[in-house]
Design a protein around this ligand. Structure first.
Ligand code: SF4
Length: 325
């Protein structure tokens, strides 16, 4: 059977389980994510942790223009609704996405106030909260568990790699084991979650990256987000890259799409891929330069490549690596 005609376990004939399909499967309709900057910080950037945080991090590079903690959560959401309605087909329902920094890095009372303000916004049907694996205290998890009983709640965890040697090199400040433990804690609390992974970190070979993918695929997660390593202006990595560019093997776009084929072939088919690559505003992006191509076009190219190779997500995934349903 040709790949084009095949309906996959995720419910359509696209050769990978897209986030669009994941949302459709869950809500039965399109639901728009709206980014919010709640003004929280990151424990990894404060004085009692490694100075400066993760070497690749510049949070300003991924905040939309309407997002600033100078505005209330409600105002950001309302402006986000208008912003998206002007660019795309208007959605009926929205998810407030607390993206910048570490969105469980506060006391429960403060978090409650922020998240309840978002849920009170007309049309907002749930929350997506990005955080670190080592920033989930018992009281915060207890509150998140309570929240998940009454609304859609999804957690995004920065994992980045399964290799502790890499995590040390990029100053992540936690181990792969910490991520595994956070996944177990959140799933016990009944909360779905996704992991972020970065491809092309210094010192990582394609075999190491595949190991990270297989490791992620063994966790009880519902989505993944892939990012190619980018050198962002103002990030610590800018200095390292300027000093020793030979330490970096940044993907060209063609190399990256080729690299992703076995990655996706080995990913469990019930894990949705929220994004296959990162996008940073040109004013922040130093390298690699993929031109002005947008992420949706890159995804289209990648799907075309998978179809041409007559392959798909999970094709090489061993049945024993599937989680029990
Ligand atoms: S990437 Fe996340 S955890 Fe790392 S320094 Fe930046 S905000 Fe903190």
């Amino acid at each position: 059977m040709q790949t084009e005609q095949k309906i996959f376990s995720w419910g359509d004939n696209r050769p990978l389980y897209t986030y669009t399909r994941y949302i459709q499967n869950h809500f039965g309709e399109r639901v728009q994510k709206l980014t919010v900057d709640a003004g929280l910080s990151c424990p990894h950037r404060t004085a009692n942790r490694l100075a400066g945080g993760c070497t690749y991090c510049n949070n300003n590079a991924f905040n939309p223009s309407y997002c600033t903690p100078a505005k209330s959560v409600l105002q950001q959401l309302q402006e986000g609704i208008t912003f998206h309605a002007n660019r795309y087909r208007r959605a009926n329902r929205y998810l407030a996405y607390f993206q910048a920094y570490t969105n469980t890095y506060a006391g429960v009372d403060k978090l409650r106030a922020l998240f309840e303000e978002a849920l009170a916004c007309e049309g907002v049907t749930g929350l997506i909260i990005a955080t670190r694996p080592d920033c989930l205290s018992d009281t915060v998890v207890e509150y998140l568990h309570e929240l998940a009983q009454r609304t859609y709640l999804f957690i995004e965890l920065g994992a980045e790699s399964s290799h502790d040697i890499t995590l040390e090199r990029i100053c992540r400040g936690h181990s792969a084991l910490a991520t595994e433990e956070a996944v177990v804690i959140l799933r016990k609390a009944g909360i779905p979650l996704g992991l972020h992974l970065i491809w092309g970190l210094q010192g990582e070979t394609p075999a190491m990256m595949l190991e990270s993918l297989l490791w992620a695929s063994r966790q009880d997660i519902q989505t993944v987000k892939f990012h190619q390593l980018q050198i962002l202006r103002g990030a610590e990595l800018e200095k390292e890259w300027t000093r020793r560019p030979e330490d970096f093997q940044l993907f060209t776009l063609d190399e990256y799409l080729e690299f992703l084929i076995p990655i996706v072939e080995n990913l469990r088919p019930d894990i949705a891929i929220e994004r296959i690559c990162a996008e940073a505003p040109p004013k922040y992006l130093l390298a690699p330069n993929w031109g002005l191509i947008r992420n949706d076009e890159i995804l289209r190219r990648f799907e075309k490549l998978l179809l041409e190779r007559n392959t798909w997500q999970g094709r090489l995934c061993h049945p024993h690596s599937q989680l029990p349903q």
